[in-house]
Every structure is written in structure tokens, then in C-alpha cells.
Design a protein around this ligand. Structure first.
Ligand SMILES: O=C(O)CCC(=O)C(=O)O
Ligand SMILES: [Fe+2]
Length: 373
């Protein structure tokens, strides 16, 4: 397959204000009639194949819980810079903590957003000389001393979305003509629950518009909560479906009561490209306006390796294959795949805690970030 080249604003047409993403209700799947359940699976198959994106409502969170997550996020970013820097990600071999605006890169360009990365609160995995480097990903979070309330708000959110994600994985298995429990064992016990709380500051005159540059998510499934400010855009492919990913950007503005769900690269590989890990980006808000979002990336246990699926002939005939980008190889082993993405996105952590394995991951000592995780 040819190398994937991400689109630039030069080869995509002007934005459309019409949201092209369907809204699905998870309750149709979890507690609906057999007909509602079947319709949910059919719609999920359609949109996961074409766009790889959808809105989801009825996903099991109360408005009180949503408000608590957004308030916790706002409170965190309102802290004085030195309190945020005190829990900088550069302190954490587990890639947890604060990243200031401009410190993260997508395809070598700076992203203009600050963020707090939170994982499941777990003990580090005991290290010995033969431990694979990905075992360093597990470990505790860094929390700001001044805001004890954000810990339960964010950890509860992880758990709510893990359950929603597991329902979606069952529905996706059915959509792919597989047994409903196909993904169950890989995601049971200690799945990787990666929450990224994100603040996009308004851009000053003449500044870059890259809140987060064009990328595919590298994991399995992303569940995104947006506050009230738009900015997310998804690539709608044109009919030619070229590997360059040409098309036009469609907006995915916040819709109250919904999450935006998208497919990650691991599911794209497993389904031989039937499911689409689609390219998306975030445009910085205008001056004096900011944007808040909370992205949750659900992945299998670090040690899980997901097998490629054998699709029924009618789906296999439509599968597009997978773009193999030599600069960004796709790996089905969860720990290795996640580590690859994290090392490329966070060069400071990479140089400090993973210097011994950078070469093996194709990263030069002192390199800037190249991709996104
Ligand atoms: O903030 C958003 O709306 C999306 C962020 C995103 O795509 C990501 O962090 O992977
Ligand atoms: Fe993303």
C-alpha cells in the first residue's frame, strides 16, 4: 500500500457547517427491543465504515456527572501556571500529568493546547532487566494538591466511559459478523483507560490555527466529551477514496447530551480497513474564546494482542485494506502500539525515561515529536 499522506488545508475544500455525523442512542443496544438493537448495530456498521465517527447519546452518565467532569477540567486549567507545571508530564515515566500548550506535536507541528493526561490509578509494574519497555506505561497519576475534587470526578468518568466503550465493542463485534464477546477478554480486568483533559486557548492574531493537527487516533475507541465551543473537524472522503485522504472537513460541534465516538487504528487494522480510523483535527478557537474537551481512549490490557478478524464475505468484499505508513507502522500488540505513539508525541518523557529504547522505536535521540497518540 502507498504511504498515507495526511491532508493539508491545501487539498481539502471549504468547511461545511452541516454536521454529517449520525446520532445513535446506546440504550437502543443495551435495553432496546431486538429490532432496536439490530438497527443500532446496522447504523453503527454503516457509520464506522464510512466516516469512523458518530455522536452517541444515552451512554450512562447523568447531567450531574457531566457537569462535575467539565467543572473539574475548568478548575484544573484555571490553576496558576506553576501549580500545573508542578505535575508536568516530564516527571512521569507513565506519561501522566500536565503538558503545556505548544509542548506536544502532531506530524512535527506544535499543537496549541494544554492538557492533563490521567490513566487508571494503578501500581507500577515491577521492572527487571528483561521487562519490555511498554510495562513502564502503567503507574500512578499526578494530581494537583489544591484540587482534591478532580480526582474522583475524572476517575468516575473513566469508569462510566469504560462501560459505555465495552457496550460499543460488543455492538462493533456484531456489526463485523463476529460473536458478541469477541473483544471481551482483551478488555477485561485492567484495560488501558487513558483520559486526556484538554484546553484549547483562543488564538491571538496571526497565530497558528492548529489546536490539534490532522491525525488518526492510535488505539481502539475514542469517546470524546465536548464543552460548548466547536472546533473538531472530521475528514469526509470524496468518492475516489484515495490513500492521500482527500476530501473535505466536516464539523463535529458539541451536541448537548452526546459524546463523539471514533474508531482508532487498532480496530482499523483488525478489520482490514473495514472500520475506518478517520483523520480529524481541532481548529483553535478565535481570540478570547477557549475550548474544553475530555477525550477518553479505551484500549485492551497492555499485554493483549488482538487477532485480525475473519470478516463474512459481504463485509470482506468492502474492506479497504490498511494503509501501511513506513513512518508510523501499525502494531497490533497493545503495549507496544501505545508506547510507540506516546514516545513520538512526548519527546521530553521519551528522552528522560525511555532513552534506552528510542532507537528500537525508530526515534533519534533529541528528535521532536512526529505523530500523535
Ligand atoms: O479535542 C478534541 O475535540 C479532539 C481531540 C483529539 O482528537 C485527540 O486528542 O485525539
Ligand atoms: Fe484524536
Amino acid at each position: 500500500m502507498p504511504t498515507t499522506t495526511l491532508p493539508t488545508t491545501a487539498n481539502v475544500a471549504a468547511n461545511t457547517p452541516i454536521p454529517g455525523l449520525p446520532i445513535l442512542d446506546l440504550r437502543d443496544f443495551t435495553s432496546g427491543t431486538p429490532a432496536q438493537r439490530a438497527a443500532f448495530v446496522d447504523q453503527l456498521r454503516d457509520t464506522a465504515f464510512t466516516l469512523g465517527f458518530l455522536y452517541l447519546k444515552g451512554y450512562g452518565a447523568s447531567q450531574t456527572q457531566i457537569d462535575a467532569v467539565l467543572q473539574a477540567s475548568r478548575d484544573f486549567f484555571a490553576l496558576p501556571p506553576e501549580q500545573k507545571q508542578a505535575i508536568h508530564m516530564a516527571n512521569s515515566p507513565h506519561f501522566r500529568g500536565y503538558t503545556a500548550a505548544g509542548d506536544e506535536f502532531t506530524r512535527g507541528e506544535r499543537d496549541w493546547r494544554e492538557q492533563l493526561d490521567v490513566g487508571a490509578e494503578r501500581e507500577p509494574i515491577q521492572q527487571n532487566p528483561t521487562s519490555p519497555a511498554w510495562t513502564r506505561l502503567q503507574g500512578p497519576n499526578q494530581w494537583p494538591d489544591a484540587l482534591p475534587h478532580i480526582t474522583p470526578a475524572l476517575l468516575d468518568w473513566q469508569n462510566t466511559l469504560t462501560q459505555a466503550g465495552q457496550h460499543l465493542l460488543r455492538a462493533l463485534a456484531l456489526a463485523l459478523g463476529q460473536p458478541e464477546n469477541t473483544f471481551e477478554s482483551a478488555f477485561s480486568g485492567t484495560p488501558v483507560q487513558h483520559l486526556k483533559v484538554i484546553h484549547y486557548p483562543g488564538r491571538a492574531e496571526g497565530e497558528s490555527r492548529q489546536g490539534c493537527g490532522p491525525h488518526k487516533d492510535s488505539g481502539c475507541l475514542t469517546l470524546l466529551l465536548q464543552d460548548t465551543q466547536a472546533g473538531l473537524q472530521v475528514l469526509e472522503r470524496d468518492g475516489s477514496d484515495t490513500p492521500e485522504g482527500s476530501g473535505r472537513w466536516i464539523d463535529g460541534p458539541p451536541i448537548p447530551g452526546t459524546l463523539v465516538i471514533n474508531i482508532g487504528e487498532v480496530l482499523e487494522i483488525l478489520s482490514n480497513g473495514f472500520l475506518r480510523a478517520n483523520i480529524h483535527q481541532v481548529i483553535s478557537p478565535p481570540q478570547n474564546v477557549d475550548r474544553l474537551s475530555v477525550a477518553f481512549f479505551l484500549s485492551p490490557r497492555l499485554d493483549a494482542e488482538l487477532p485480525e478478524l475473519v470478516l463474512p464475505p459481504e463485509l470482506a468484499a468492502k474492506a479497504r485494506g490498511v494503509d501501511r505508513d513506513p513512518n508510523n507502522p501499525l502494531i497490533a500488540h497493545t503495549g507496544r502500539n501505545l508506547l510507540k505513539g506516546r514516545l513520538r508525541s512526548h519527546p521530553e518523557v521519551a528522552q528522560r525515561f525511555y532513552a534506552d529504547v528510542l532507537e528500537a522505536h525508530g526515534i533519534k535521540a533529541g528528535a521532536r515529536g512526529q505523530a500523535y497518540a
